[in-house]
Design a protein around this ligand. Structure first.
Ligand code: AMP
Ligand code: GLY
Length: 423
């Protein structure tokens, strides 16, 4: 089996690391990959949204499986693009069609889908410039803080949570006037849910599913969850408050109705569903759907999967996920993200990274790196994710922090309190 993974982050390195262990793998390629994936697979210089170039590469290299890491190509319809071609009918694409990717690409679509399928979520309404008066009325009915969400993809920045009513109204107007470009021409206003967040991941062939390990990520740049939002500064799996009883509720109230809802709409969903949840009084509410794995959540959930992931992907392609079961390691995995100074605002790239070869008890996933003249250089805001196993959060974090001491680059920054609220 020849496999192509699209993407260049820690998520894609973790997927490559796992798939590389499968006896069913013949050749593994990443487009474009990073300095870490270069060690275990072949990186190719193709952009993730250049569907024609990806198609030529797939045909030339006998690729049987395409795994789409980030949401962008999915929302742009990469799965649908490949369905047009008879000579690519055999291609197993892990990642849903455009109609399903709308679950991530449009907050309004996702909320209406949940409403239709009785999936617990915060009360909401969506508005455009043309019904500002109604938006004002709806905001008045809600209690602070006010949650405003740009309908479209806004690089993870399109959600504002505001305490003051007048400020919320002002921000709403700014959003509708193009604060996030066309992504905020429509804004979803929703009730604030007070609880604790976690994410649950599902792999589905559209008919059945397996539930992957859950995870909690740490989005803010600063310790104690303070400062600006980032793509994610670290993650932990398992999440101890997501006990069996809670996960059963998630399965019955959320996962099953989600899969059934997609079936009802005749949307064939093949791939991951990432369900962002808020636990309120021991009940799960959906905050958002993503149509891919999370980053850095992948760097903790993939190491916990004992089963052969490639076999599970093959089952997805053959509509046989029903016959599969997924084995999970009980141990905890944590990951700590090393980022560039300045991130999530402006930062410099091209700093030499040293110490990656030092013996350690961790798994090092590259997030934003590149190889140049045999040197590994920083190439993004998030640079390296250091994942470690342990009997508990403390033990596994200790290993990650020890490994981090040996990895050096100019402006290295990281959070020293990952998992602080779970100990
Ligand atoms: P989203 O992009 O929808 O995941 O939202 C970003 C973050 O905003 C989430 O991870 C939550 O921390 C927060 N958030 C979103 N919606 C709500 C809500 N209804 N109540 C409380 N917090 C929310
Ligand atoms: N860590 C959050 C995300 O991948 O969307």
């Amino acid at each position: 089996m020849n496999v192509l993974i699209l993407g260049s982050g820690g998520r894609e390195h973790a997927l490559a690391w796992k798939i590389n262990q499968s006896p069913k793998l013949n050749k593994l390629f990443l487009a474009p990959g990073n300095a870490g994936t270069h060690d275990i697979a072949q990186n190719i210089d193709i952009k993730i949204n250049d569907f024609e170039a990806i198609k030529s590469f797939i045909l030339k290299n006998d690729i049987n499986m395409l795994i789409v890491g980030p949401e962008d190509p999915l929302v742009n319809g990469i799965h649908d693009f490949f369905l047009q071609f008879n000579d690519l009918k055999h291609l197993n694409i892990i990642g849903p069609v455009k109609a399903a990717a709308m679950l991530e690409g449009s907050k309004e679509f996702a909320k209406e889908f949940m409403q239709k399928n009785n999936i617990p979520t915060a009360k909401f309404k969506s508005f455009t410039k043309n019904n500002l008066t109604e938006a004002h009325q709806f905001l008045k009915q809600l209690k602070a803080p006010y949650v405003l969400k740009a309908d479209g993809l806004a690089a993870g920045k399109g959600v504002l949570i505001i305490d003051d009513f007048n400020q919320a109204l002002e921000s709403l107007k700014q959003m509708l006037n193009g604060q996030f470009g066309s992504a905020s021409e429509k804004v979803v206003i929703e009730e604030f849910l007070n609880g604790i967040e976690l994410s649950v991941f599902v792999l589905t062939d559209g008919q059945d599913y397996v539930i992957l390990p859950e995870a909690k990520d740490y989005k803010r740049i600063g310790e104690g969850d303070t400062g600006l939002n980032t793509g994610g500064m670290g993650a932990v799996s398992p999440v101890h408050f997501a006990n069996k009883n809670f996960i059963n509720k998630v399965e019955n109230q959320i996962i099953k109705p989600t899969i059934d809802g997609l079936k009802k709409e005749n949307i064939e969903y093949k791939g991951f569903i990432f369900i962002g949840l808020m636990k309120v009084d021991n009940n799960p509410y959906v905050i958002e759907y993503n149509v891919r794995l999370g980053d850095p959540e992948t760097e903790v959930i993939i190491p916990r999967i004992k089963s052969d992931l490639l076999e599970l992907f093959i089952a997805v392609g053959n509509n046989k996920i029903k016959n599969e079961k997924i084995d999970i390691f009980n141990e905890t995995v944590t990951t700590v993200m090393l980022v560039s100074e300045g991130y999530p605002e402006s930062y410099e790239k091209g700093k030499i990274i040293s110490g990656l070869d030092t013996k350690s008890e961790s798994i090092i996933f590259h997030a934003g790196t590149k190889l140049e003249n045999d040197k590994i250089l920083t190439n993004g805001g998030r640079v390296i994710a250091v994942s470690s196993f342990g009997k508990n959060i403390n033990i596994s974090l200790k290993k990650s922090y020890q490994t981090i001491e040996n990895i050096k680059f100019d402006g290295k920054n990281f959070r020293k309190d990952i998992g602080f609220d779970l100990q």
